[in-house]
Structure formats: C-alpha cells, structure tokens
Design a protein around this ligand. Structure first.
Ligand code: HEM
Length: 555
C-alpha cells in the first residue's frame, strides 16, 4: 500500500504538477497577449464596446445579453449590439477565453474586401464546428488546392443546368411534405414548422445528392436520423450547455452516428461505382445525382480500376455527402419557414405571390407538379417569388462568413481611409448586421420584396455587396442554385393551397416565465441550432385554402 502511495506522489510531482504548471503558464501568457492586443486597439480608438483589461468585452456582452431573449442566437445579438452602438463599419470583439478574437464586419465594403477583393482563407476554427457532421475535412473548412479540387469536382453538379435536372427528385419529396401539411390541416393541431421542414429538406438532399429516398418525414431512416441527432447534440454545446461538451454519452452517440452514416453512405457509393464501372453512367438514364456527377468528374482523370471503390476517394466522398446533408438542408429549411412566416404576416404580398403562380403555372393546383416536371425552366419565371425569398434571406440570414486575418492584410474604409488591422483575428462577416445596416438599407427592418424589383437609382435599390446570405467570391455557397430551386418549388407547391398562422401568442401564454421574446421588434427572432433557426421551432397552425383540391374531403 505504501508503495502505491509513493507511486502516486512520484506521478504527482514528476508529471501532474509540471503539466499543471505549463498549463497555467500558457493560460497567463495567452491571457496577457490577447488583452495587450486589444489594449493597443482601444488606445488607438478602434471601434469596440466597453472593454476592461481583465475581462475584455465579456462583462459588457454579458450585460447586453440580458436585454435579449435568453435563447437568442449570438449572431443576431451582436447585430443588435452593432445597431445600438452605431458600429456601421466594423468592431473588434475580445471574448477570450470563451470565444475567438474577432474583427466583426458590419458594412458591405469591408465584407467585399475580405471575401472578394482579398479572398482571404477560411480559419481553422471552422474545423471543430463542421467535423462532427462531416466526419473529416471537406471543402467547407479547407483552403488552397484541396478546396479548389473539391469545388471543381462538384462545380457541374451544382450548376444551374444540372440543378434543374433535380426537379423530379424535389417534387417526389415535396409531395410528401404537402401530404404531411394536409394531415396537419385536418387535425388543426399546433405543430413545429421548423421540425417538419428540416425533415423534408433533408429528404430532398438525400434524393438529390445520393439518389436515396429517406422519407424521414414519415419514418426512421438511419442516415437522416443519425445526422439530425448529431446536429442536435452539437447545438446543445453551441447554446452554452458546457456539460454536454464533457458528456461521454454524447461522444459515444456521435461516434455511433458517425459509423452509421459512413456505413450507409458507403453502401450507396459502392452501388454507384458498380454502375459506373459497367458504363451505365453513359446511358440516357444516368448520371443523375450530385454524387454521380462528382464521380464521373473524378474518373475523367483517375481511371476506373479495382473491384470496389478506391478507399481514399470513398472516404472523401462520404465526408462530402455528410457535409451536404448538413449544410444542404438546415439553411434551406429555415428559409422556407421564414418565407411562410413573413407571407402570413403580409397578406398583400402573399396575394401577389399567389397571383404570380397562377399566371405562370396552371391555376388547377392538382396539375402544378406535372407541369413543373415537364417544364422545369418555368421556375425561373417567378421574379416576385424570388424577390420574396431574397428579402426573407436579407432579414433572416441563416449563416455568416468567416475568414482568417493576417499580418499583411488590413481592411480599409474607402471613404475615410481608416485601416483596420486583421492580424490575429477571425474576420466575422456578420450577415444580420450587414443586411440591416441603416446606412445602406432604407427602412432596414421592414419586409419589402419590391427592393429586388426596382431599377438602379431608385431609393430602395439594394447597395452593392450589401446582400450576402450565400457570401460572394471564390468561396461563396456552392449550393445556392439548388437552395433557391428548393425554396421556389416549395413555395409554388404550398402557398396557394395552405394558410399558415404562427402560434407564438399561444406559446407565450403557456410559457410566461420565458421573459424577453423579441429582437428588432420581431417575435420570431433567431436561435442557434446549426444555422439560425426561428425561436421555439415556430409553433404554427395550418389550414387549407378554399382552392385546395383537398378542401372538401377535409371539411
Ligand atoms: C438558404 C440556403 C443556404 C444558405 C443561406 C447558405 C449559406 C452559405 C454561406 C454563407 C456560405 C459561406 C460560408 C463562409 O464564407 O464562411 C456557404 C458555403 C457553403 N455552402 Fe451553403 N447555404 C445554403 C444552402 C446550401 C446547400 C443547399 C448546399 C449544398 C447541398 C450548400 C453547400 C455549401 C458548401 C459546400 C459551402 C462551402 C463552400 C466553400 O467553402 O468553398 N449550401 N453557404
């Protein structure tokens, strides 16, 4: 026993104590270095909220957060903070050790410099945010030749031409979504619009990217369910549940989810490879899915060989499929939800959207899907619907842009000549702030789709570089054409048949303890759940309009 005690003492004095000392020394070294950087910025009067040498901006942020709903998304909270503090260019943010040191960009011109003119790289801090979902490095969090090669392989699959070819896949899933909504209309019950729409768009991505029908709107599917479970567990960390970060159950479940996704996606890829080997891709019926197209591109330069798919390519393709399942469903789904929400609040705009659908498509709702299947290009003839979607994305941008600063890069205010150093900072293009910047957008918090239809020179005409929900430049969103197609198709197939009504008043009545519940005067403020989702999942009721072919059977 005594020997065991001595062993522990030895371990303590020779290993644990020195390690603890190194950790503490590193902590203080970083603490002093970070605070010194901000101290110098403050002395030079760079924009920053109240800062102190011990806590940086943490104390001011904590007190500001008390003025926002307790579950509000950090990005929306910072956008409010920027608006209230008058930071209409940018501001520096010192949240170490809880967050990264950031130069937060709130103006179009600085955003254009970071993402387009200078094309700065993406920072490594994206890796832990994306890797639980993707399982490995992907184009999203890579730079240089790796990212370039990935974009080349998927370029054709995401082009407008290919994307129109996915219309039949999208229609298969929208038909299930519409059926789910009809059933909800029949019951008259409150449901979470966010939840059903996320499942629906995940089904679209499974179909478009992999050629697999998950039908997760109706039943369990291992890939869809593992992905949603992984996202939900990550969100618990994002929303500040630090216990979840340490929780071994979370590690185990995410490890198991990862294995499940890799296994089932791997099976699908092998199936596609066998078809490719037997030259079925050159037949009129293929290639069809995003992954088919990427494989076909890959095998243009790497000859098809081997009984099974090359393991290196298979691992790369699996990670990218997982990435698309995540980024390809989350932001698109919330945009659909917010479109419905804003249209329900603005009946005059809803009436115009319905009129446009009637004019371009057939007035018989039962025949809309078959007409779109026959003539998918008609979807590009809905300018007012597109304006509604753009305005929704302006008010509720689901994502942001992140770039890495460096010692030889400054952002420059082109009017005043002020330069903003970027060395040691992640440059956070805060879309919610750029999109609601009052210096660039008249009436910035109002829903005005006509902004997107007026001529240059009109006071409402959007500012150059001021709208960037998909970012711009060489690292813009590769899936934007697909996202816009999904959203337009969904609106076409739903707005004339359904009336939506949010049930926030009822939710608030049942949860008086929740406290503050608006941001920018908006009840459906955003919360962090992967991308920016509507608060409380947007409780909602749906009913059939008089025009629905199913009206009589439900009444
Ligand atoms: C409304 C829907 C969507 C929004 C608002 C959105 C937004 C964005 C934004 C802002 C970025 C750039 C991030 C940065 O610069 O740091 C991005 C990148 C990306 N998005 Fe999307 N996205 C949407 C839908 C999609 C879809 C449907 C897919 C694919 C299925 C997709 C795939 C990607 C990929 C792969 C990247 C990384 C591109 C690169 O780094 O080169 N996104 N998205």
């Amino acid at each position: 026993m005594e020997g065991l005690g001595n062993d522990w003492k030895w371990t303590g004095s020779r290993i644990v104590l020195p390690l603890a000392a190194i950790y503490v020394a590193r902590f203080f070294y970083t603490f002093v270095s970070v605070r010194l950087v901000f101290y110098r910025l403050k002395k030079r009067r760079f924009p920053m909220i109240k800062w102190n040498p011990i806590l940086g901006n943490l104390a001011s942020i904590a007190s500001f957060m008390k003025t926002a709903p307790k579950d509000a998304q950090v990005a929306m909270t910072f956008a409010t903070l920027a608006a209230e503090s008058g930071f209409d260019k940018c501001f520096y943010m010192d949240t170490w050790p809880f967050g990264f040191s950031a130069l937060v960009v709130t103006s179009p011109d600085l955003a254009v410099q970071a993402c387009q003119a200078l094309d700065l790289p993406k920072p490594d801090l994206l890796v832990p945010l994306i890797s639980p979902m993707a399982g490995a490095r992907t184009i999203f969090d890579s730079n240089g030749p790796e990212a370039k090669r990935g974009r080349e392989l998927f370029h054709y699959g995401f082009s407008m031409r290919s994307v129109l070819g996915y219309v039949p896949c999208i229609l298969q899933e929208v038909e299930v979504y519409v059926d789910v909504l009809r059933k909800l209309a029949k019951t008259g019950k409150i449901f979470l619009m966010d939840e059903i729409t996320c499942r629906y768009v995940m089904d679209i991505i499974g179909n478009v990217a992999l050629g697999t029908r998950f039908i997760s709107q109706r039943r369990y599917h291992p890939i869809a369910s593992s992905m949603r479970d992984t996202i939900d567990r990550e969100c618990q960390i994002e929303t500040g549940n630090q216990f979840s970060r340490m929780n071994p159950v979370r590690w185990f479940k995410q490890w198991r989810n990862s294995r499940t996704m890799n296994h089932y996606i791997g099976l699908e890829l092998e199936k596609r490879y066998q078809q490719l080997k037997h030259a079925e891709f050159s037949s009129p019926s293929g290639p069809k899915t995003l992954m088919d197209l990427a494989m076909a591109e890959h095998f243009k330069t790497s000859p098809v060989a081997g009984e099974t798919l090359d393991p290196k390519f298979k691992a790369w393709a699996t990670a990218h499929m997982r990435l698309f399942l995540f980024v390809g469903h989350d932001s698109t789904a919330v945009t659909i939800v917010y479109c419905h929400y804003l249209l329900s609040k603005h009946p005059e705009i809803l009436a115009k959207v319905r009129a446009e659908h009637d004019e371009v498509f057939i007035t018989d709702l039962a025949k809309t899907a078959s007409l779109l299947r026959e003539r998918p290009e008609l979807i590009n003839r809905l300018p007012y619907t597109l304006a509604v979607i753009k305005e929704t994305l302006r008010l509720f941008p689901p994502a942001n842009g992140l770039r890495e600063g460096s010692s030889n890069v400054v952002l420059r205010d082109t009017k005043t000549g002020t330069t903003y150093p970027t060395d040691g900072f992640a440059i956070w293009i805060l879309h919610a702030a750029v999109h609601r910047n009052p210096r660039h957008w008249p009436d910035p918090h109002s829903f005005i789709p006509d902004r997107w239809l007026v001529e240059p020179g009109h006071p409402l005409y959007p500012p150059a570089g001021g709208w960037r929900p998909f970012e711009h430049g060489p690292r813009d969103c590769i899936g934007q054409s697909l996202a816009l197609l999904d959203i337009r198709t969904t609106l076409l197939m739903t707005v004339r048949e359904f009336d939506f009504k949010d049930q926030y008043a009822e939710w608030d009545r049942q949860h008086p303890e929740h406290g503050l519940n608006t941001m920018f005067g908006e009840r459906a403020y955003t919360v962090q759940a992967g991308s920016a989702h509507p608060a409380q999942g947007m409780p909602c009721k749906v009913s059939l309009t008089a025009r629905s072919p199913h009206k009589s059977s439900s009444s």
